[in-house]
Design a protein around this ligand. Structure first.
Ligand code: URP
Ligand code: ZN
Ligand code: ZN
Ligand code: ZN
Length: 457
């Protein structure tokens, strides 16, 4: 009898730090041995393929209530799309419900999460930072929820600066990390009022109402509050130089400030809002798409480590749902799809923009695992780590269209993007869950990830 359940042979292993040829022996869902000429009855031949750690998406919104509707991927469809696209873990944002507790958020989201096909963790977005909510933070941390989120915008979710400071202080005290959505609420309201009064109601005015300057201001303020409370901070979905330059400055000053970006901010631009008819609504997300001049800047900051992670902010809505804002851009549910395309886009585009494949692995998996307390169980290929693995065919050319994807939504923002390389097999804890663009694993097999302390990068 073999000492392994399966062996992956002949592949080239790519981690954040190394590239080498080796066989992987998998036993009970764990990488049991890395070596040469490993033997087993069950062999996966990875000749000609790269083997990378499964992608980890730190920013998803599955089945999320927003603007009177729900994002259209639930944990089942979203996690299957993730697996097909080479993502084996994700962290979704549970949201403290109005009048409810943090524990309520977790209960609601774990019920949703029971349908997940790959492993998932939860952040909790604190929408009312009263004494009770703050007192729940240590319990959350004990339960493996070691990151919280603050929204500086959205009427239903935002907290003020004082509440933000309370969350930073309490999180710091209990070893948790705070993530923040940075935009200036008052500036957006002011601009929105002017635009609507002038009859400017089309989707493109969503972007006009929330310029890059107001993201930069909020990032600066968030960093200032983190500095005042001596707490680490993770700024989600940075879209532009205005915010990232603040992160850069803070890091140069030695502050523990970290940042995330998303593929849409290096692949799409404000020009997309000019697509005919109501198509601009596909790209209504916050922060909005920016000018193309940001792209090279963001790639460079990823390369330099100023920005540590690439997540998706996956929050899809069918066009029918987007039409809630047919006559008023403020009523268009914010967000777009991306959970299935992130890995292919980053693995293909990253090297074209000066990132090594190791660096792409780092920003899509390893750094995410470190920052969110899952390393080295997740985020790398090492003996003792979960066998969350992706076989990537660097020679497989794919044109991304809605039809090749499995996200539960009627468009992709990346329609027509050509990628040179594609994930062809995904293993989650040793199980082959996706192969050649189809989900082939069991349903509901995903496990909740109890996360530990964050490593500040
Ligand atoms: O437009 C977006 N990003 N929708 C999801 C919620 C958020 O702000 O992350
Ligand atoms: Zn956000
Ligand atoms: Zn988001
Ligand atoms: Zn480019």
């Amino acid at each position: 009898m073999s000492k392994f359940d399966k062996v992956i042979k002949n592949g080239t292993i790519v981690t954040a730090s190394d590239t080498y040829k080796g066989d992987l022996g998998i036993k009970d869902g764990i990488i049991a041995e890395i070596g040469q000429n490993l033997e087993c009855d069950t062999v996966i031949d990875a000749a000609g393929k790269l083997i990378i750690p499964g992608g980890i998406d730190a920013h998803t919104h599955l089945d999320m209530p927003f603007g009177g509707t729900f994002s259209s991927d639930d944990f089942e469809s979203g996690s299957k799309a993730a697996a097909i696209g080479g993502t084996t873990s994700f962290i979704d944002y549970s949201i403290q419900p109005a009048g409810g507790t943090l524990a309520d958020a977790v209960k609601i989201w774990k019920e949703k999460g029971a349908k997940s096909c790959v492993d998932y963790g939860l952040h909790v977005a604190i929408t009312k930072a009263d004494e009770n909510a703050l007192a729940e933070i240590p319990t959350m941390v004990k339960e493996g929820i070691t990151s919280f989120k603050v929204f500086m915008v959205y009427d239903a979710m935002r907290v003020n600066d004082a509440a933000f400071m309370n969350i930073l202080e309490k999180s710091k005290e209990h070893g948790a990390l705070v993530g923040v959505h940075c935009e200036n609420y008052h500036v957006i309201n002011h601009r929105t009022k002017q635009l609507l009064e002038a009859g400017k109601t089309e989707p493109k005015y969503h972007a006009v109402s929330r310029p890059a300057t107001c993201e930069g201001e909020a990032a600066n303020r968030a960093i200032t509050l983190a500095k005042l409370t001596n707490a680490p901070l993770y700024i989600v979905h940075n879209s532009c130089e205005e915010s990232i330059s603040r992160v850069k400055e803070a890091r140069e000053a030695g502050l523990p400030i970290m940042g995330e970006t998303c593929p849409q901010y290096v692949m799409l631009s404000e020009d997309n809002y000019d697509e005919p008819g109501f198509n601009g609504a596909k790209y209504v997300m916050s922060p909005p798409l920016r000018s193309k001049k940001n792209w090279d800047y963001i790639w460079q900051q990823l390369k330099d480590g100023v920005i540590q992670t690439v997540a998706t902010d996956h929050c899809p809505f069918f066009m029918k749902q987007k039409e809630l804002g047919k006559d008023d851009f403020t009523k268009i549910p914010n967000g777009g799809p991306g959970i299935e395309t992130r890995m292919a886009i980053m693995l293909s585009e990253g090297p074209k923009h000066g990132l090594s494949l190791n660096k792409v692995v780092e920003v899509t998996s390893t750094n995410v695992a470190k920052i969110f307390g899952m390393y080295p169980k997740k985020g790398t290929i090492a003996v003792g780590s979960d066998a969350d693995l992706v076989l990537y065919d660097a020679n497989k050319e794919v044109t991304i269209t809605k039809d090749v994807l499995h996200e539960n939504v009627d468009y992709t923002a990346f329609e027509g993007v050509k990628v040179s390389g594609y994930p062809v097999m995904t293993l989650s804890r040793g199980d082959v869950v996706a192969k050649d663009g189809e989900y082939i694993g069991e349903s509901n097999r995903g496990q909740f990830i109890k996360r530990g302390k964050s490593i500040v990068l």
